[in-house]
Design a protein around this ligand. Structure first.
Ligand code: LHQ
Length: 261
């Protein structure tokens, strides 16, 4: 698949989506928003893809909405409509995508760019990466899922600090409060990310989709409904080839060969 603002590269079962507008730290214009939706939809449909890496070209991960594009286009933007038509479906698509998504945070993740990192399942950051709830700095409310995802990831105290001040948080501070899973030296980011991605490429992919579903469900349901959801999803997981293979491999004392089915 070819895109104007993204690179879409498949290596075995690992898909890498690279936001590619480095001159603006990969700020999202209309084309990029549309292309991200198309790329993640394609990744969901492609059975050969078992893990997705999202990263940015150049020195930034993503600086959020392209603030110059609206001025350049000369068209007034209806913010609510823009969110409903592009950012919101993109975030839902990522959270509901039944495959693991790893953010390889190579530089600054600001505004909706930080929201995209939050919507991934794991965040591996380089030492020089940073995070910024930039919205308040331009008089806007955090969006693209930040108000839902950030407090759940780091707790209300820290989430409000970041959202109300818009301060830029360096990778080492982000690690202390669990915003990122791991920090690696700048030059080894992609090696570390692909090591993790390859492990996911050999994992029981369907079950990973069910785990994402179960956890997202649990975050806004009570214990009783969550227990029922776990039972429903366990029925599905128990019927996979990978469950049978996992048990057989355990009993035969050998490593499992999961196929993602
Ligand atoms: C940019 C951007 C950018 C355009 C860097 N746009 N050019 C928004 C609107 C409507 C409704 C829905 O929701 C949203 C969602 C949002 O995402 S709102 C938040 C939008 N993002 C921001 O407010 C962040 C703006 N950027 C910055 O504060 C800084 O650029 C950060 C802190 C990200 C990085 O700072 P530096 O490392 O010092 O880099 P820089 O500022 O020099 O940026 C490099 C270039 O990239 C520069 O262009 P130039 O031609 O001067 O080299 C910037 O203008 C451009 N750029 N972000 N979002």
């Amino acid at each position: 698949m070819t895109f104007e603002t993204l690179l879409y590269q498949i290596d075995g079962a690992v898909l890498t989506i690279t936001m590619n507008r480095p001159e603006r730290l990969n700020a999202m214009n209309n084309t990029m928003r549309r292309e991200l939706i198309a790329a993640f939809s394609q990744a969901a449909d492609d059975e050969t893809v078992r893990v997705i890496v999202l990263t940015g070209a150049g020195r930034g991960f993503c600086s959020g909405a392209d603030l110059a594009a609206a001025v350049e286009d000369g068209t007034p933007v209806n913010f609510g409509e823009l969110l409903r038509e592009t950012y919101n479906p993109l975030v839902l698509l990522m959270r509901r995508l039944p495959k693991p998504i790893i953010a390889a945070v190579n530089g600054v993740a600001a505004g909706a760019g930080m929201s995209l990192a939050l919507a991934c399942d794991l965040r591996i950051a380089s030492e020089s990466a940073s995070f910024m709830q930039a919205f308040v700095k331009i008089g806007l409310v955090p969006d693209s899922g930040a108000t839902w995802l950030l407090p759940r990831l780091v707790g209300l105290t820290r989430a409000l600090d970041l959202m109300l001040t818009g301060r830029r948080v360096a990778a080492d501070e982000a690690l202390t409060f669990g915003l990122v899973n791991e920090i690696v030296p700048d030059g080894s980011l992609m090696d570390a990310v692909y090591k993790t991605a390859r492990a996911f490429a050999d994992a029981p992919t369907r079950t990973i989709g069910y785990i994402k579903q179960a956890v997202d469900f649990a975050l806004d349901h009570d214990l009783e409904s969550t227990l029922e959801k776990e039972a429903e999803l366990q029925d599905l997981a128990g019927a996979t080839d990978d469950h049978r293979e996992g048990v057989a491999a355990f009993l035969e004392k050998r490593p499992p060969q999961f196929t993602g089915r």
